[in-house]
Structure formats: C-alpha cells, structure tokens
Design a protein around this ligand. Structure first.
Ligand code: FE2
Length: 276
C-alpha cells in the first residue's frame, strides 16, 4: 500500500493489475447487457458528449445522478436519425448510480479492498458519488477530450479520486486512457457547474492540456487504475472492431465540503455510501 501511495503521489495515478477476477467482470458485463436490453430508446435518451457539455446537459442527464440511464454514442445515428449499429453496440455509457441501485453493480463496487485503497490514498471518509459503465463501442466509440475529474466533483479541499476498472484489454487500438504523469500538480482548468438548473462549463485556468508528455495506459482486463482528481486524462475514439468496456467509480472525502454547484447531488433520500 505504501508503494501505491508513493506512485500515486509522484505520478497522480497507480495501476493494480488483476484486481478484479474474470468472474466478477463477467457478472458486471452481463448485468450491463441486460440494462441495455431493457432500455427503450424512445425514452428520450441524451447523446453523451464532452465537446458541448452544457448544451447536451438536459434533464435526462442531470436526473441520472440518482438513477440508471443509458446514453448513446455521439456517432450512433446516421443523418436520418437511424441507428448505424444495433442498440447494443450504440450505447456510450450507463450512469450514474448503479452502485447504489443495482445489486450486481453494488457487489462489484463495494469491496473492502477498495475501502483500504481509498483510505491509503488519503480519503478519511470515502463516499462514492458516481458509477459509470463505459462501452467505448467498436467503430463509433467516442473521444473523451482532455479533462480533470475534479472539475465535475468539486470539494474543498479537492479530494475526488477515480477508480477505473478495465473490463476488457485496453490499448491504443481501441481507445485506452492517456494520462499526463505528474499532471495532478497542475491547476484545475475547468469546472462543470449547475446554476438555477442550467449546466455550464466554467473556465478557471488557461494552462494548456498535455501534448507530447502524455502516456497511454495500456492495461489488461481486470486492472484497476486509481487516479487523482486533477490528473489530466483523455481517450481517443475507438475506430477498431473491438470494444473497450470499462467501469468507473468516483469517490470524495466526506469530511471535505461538497460544492452545492456540482451537477450530482445526493441528499438524505439517497445518501452517498463508502466502499465497505
Ligand atoms: Fe474522467
């Protein structure tokens, strides 16, 4: 655990290979498939994009913080509004409260080892605010532009920590994560806020996003990547024939002040819980 902490402090991230078993991964994948199968696209699903976050952040998105909703890939539809690929191959992600609402996701997300890691990384009272199942579909898996997760989960002091689980092998061909080692010491550039029900991205700092200094995190299925909320990260579009499924959890320290402007709010009806 000391090694983990020192890597995390030095680089802003740490990789733990083989953290989840093939059986645990298979159970989560099967459950995600079932959620997509049951999803009726005529529900008015939002198309997820980081390119124009504010415009796309409609009620469907904002209400997903305490629900289980499917979001389409940006390139899922042709010019006539028809799906280019079957529905099962068109979903960008499921979000954002499966870890509290779905028993299979709950079991995957609540694990004494995760609590131990969170404590070792300095979260005194970890609270898991968000879960996302990311498909990174073959051919149309969308780019996720450079960002810092602390821009979506502002606390004072800054504490958000990301737990990223590879459910399939991820490499440069299918859109693995890219990070800027040490970039967690750079300032927070942007913050996604909701004021009076309107979502917007605020510019905080003009520090450029990483260029040549970025490193691809090629990992095998089962690996856990933990990273700091200010670590800049990115993933390229997936133009390969292979998907790149991943699952993420975002935890903050319950002892820090959680901004009332954050898009995802929890209250007494559905309080955020720890990992244990
Ligand atoms: Fe992120």
């Amino acid at each position: 655990m000391l090694d983990l902490r020192s890597a995390f402090d030095r680089d802003g991230y740490a990789v733990i290979p083989g953290f989840k078993s093939p059986e645990e991964i298979a159970a989560l994948r099967a459950r995600a498939e079932a959620i997509v199968r049951d999803f009726d696209p005529s529900d008015g699903a939002a198309i997820f994009t980081t390119k124009d976050q504010a415009a796309k952040s409609d009620a469907y998105f904002l209400e997903s913080g305490t629900g289980v909703r499917c979001f389409f890939e940006e390139d899922a539809f042709d010019a006539d509004g028809r799906l280019r690929q079957p529905k099962e191959l068109s979903i960008n992600k499921i979000g954002h409260a499966m870890h509290d609402l779905d028993p299979v996701f709950d079991a995957f997300s609540h694990d004494a080892r995760l609590q131990t890691i969170a404590l070792a990384l300095g979260l005194a009272r970890p609270l898991v605010y968000q879960s996302m199942y990311i498909f990174k579909q073959p051919n149309i898996g969308g780019e996720v532009r450079w960002h810092q997760d602390a821009g979506f989960f502002d606390t004072d002091p800054s504490t958000v920590t990301t737990f990223w689980f590879a459910l399939e092998d991820a490499d440069r061909s299918n859109g693995c994560l890219w990070v800027e080692p040490g970039g967690h010491r750079s300032p927070l550039r942007q913050r996604f806020v909701v004021r009076d029900g309107r979502a917007s991205m605020e510019e905080l700092d003009a520090t450029p996003w990483p260029g040549a200094g970025a490193t691809p995190l090629e990992v095998k299925a089962g690996a856990l990547v933990v990273f700091h909320g200010r670590l800049p990260h990115y993933s390229a579009p997936n133009r390969s024939a292979k998907s790149r499924h991943a699952y993420t959890l975002h935890a903050v320290d319950g002892d820090a002040a959680y901004s009332p402007l954050n898009w995802l709010q929890r209250d007494a009806r559905m309080p955020a819980r720890g990992f244990a």
